[in-house]
Design a protein around this ligand. Structure first.
Ligand SMILES: [Zn+2]
Length: 275
């Protein structure tokens, strides 16, 4: 929970810590087993953003009154790198509005995974629910540790029926994702691996703070639908041009402007829909 580090004074696990929380001795209790964070209201507000606004763009776009009503249904959770939120075919129990967490959605075909999209603070995980489906079509895997607000599936559906602004935001986002999925199908077919790598690095960079991105070789291979050696060659080329520094999955963006030039034209479309 990188956003929380500066604000939560002490992190404790369970047991008597609950009392400590209630008596105001600590600001937060993190339960690592369930990935749940219990926060004092002040800490929760501080976590959302310095101004008390929602960090998630879909929630931030809602009228204040709707946002505040929704908050009662939303639970702040810590998502950890590698955690699986849904498996394909499983019932969707929660929708997630990421703050600084990043979740990748992967199509799983015969035990191989292909990245279809990344979800960060611009979106939500759980679109199928909004479109009338109960089961997850893809695997949702936490790609970047951070926080998110989650809501029970039933509450989300109720809110969607009563809250037109929420509906509008969710449908706008679902449409953007549809456009992006089509574009990615064409991108995978027509654009070079180093252009596509540059595109996904930019998409990831847009969803993190700072210039560092952590993406393993294996994940990049899934993301680009190529073998690992293809990733090595493409990353080496971007590094040779001085655009990135790459070491064991730690990627530092050295020249954002030139990386945008190196990316295929699909990135401009991603950007237009990023919200
Ligand atoms: Zn492309």
């Amino acid at each position: 929970m990188s956003a929380a580090n500066g604000r939560i004074l002490r992190l404790v696990k369970n047991g008597p810590e609950r009392e400590a929380l209630e008596s105001g001795q600590v600001d937060a209790v993190l339960d690592h087993a369930s990935g749940t964070a219990l926060l004092l209201p002040e800490a929760e507000r501080a976590l959302s953003s310095p101004a008390g606004e929602a960090a998630n763009h879909l929630l931030a776009a809602l009228p204040r009154r709707d946002y505040e009503r929704l908050l009662a249904e939303l639970e702040l959770v810590a998502l950890t790198y590698g955690e699986v939120l849904y498996e394909p075919g499983a019932r969707i129990r929660y929708v997630y509005f990421p703050n600084d967490a990043i979740v990748s959605l992967l199509v799983v075909v015969e035990h191989k995974a292909l990245e279809v999209t990344l979800v960060g603070r611009e979106g939500l995980v759980g679109i199928p629910l909004a479109l009338g489906a109960d089961l997850a079509p893809v695997r949702a895997l936490v790609q970047g540790t951070g926080s998110a607000l989650r809501m029970k599936a039933a509450s989300f559906r109720e809110e969607l029926e009563r809250c037109v602004p929420l509906q509008r935001e969710i449908y706008r986002y679902a449409y953007a994702k549809l456009v992006q999925a089509r574009q990615t199908a064409a991108c995978n077919r027509f654009h070079q691996v180093d252009q596509r790598l540059a595109r996904w690095l930019l998409i990831t960079h847009d969803r993190v703070r700072g210039n560092r991105v952590h993406l393993t070789h294996e994940f990049l291979a899934d993301m680009l639908g190529v073998r690992r050696v293809g990733v090595t060659t493409a990353a080496a080329e971007l590094q040779r041009q001085g655009l990135i520094e790459y070491h064991r999955g730690d990627i530092r963006i050295l020249d954002r402007r030139r990386l945008e030039t190196a990316a295929c034209s699909c990135y401009r479309l991603d950007e237009a829909f990023a919200g």
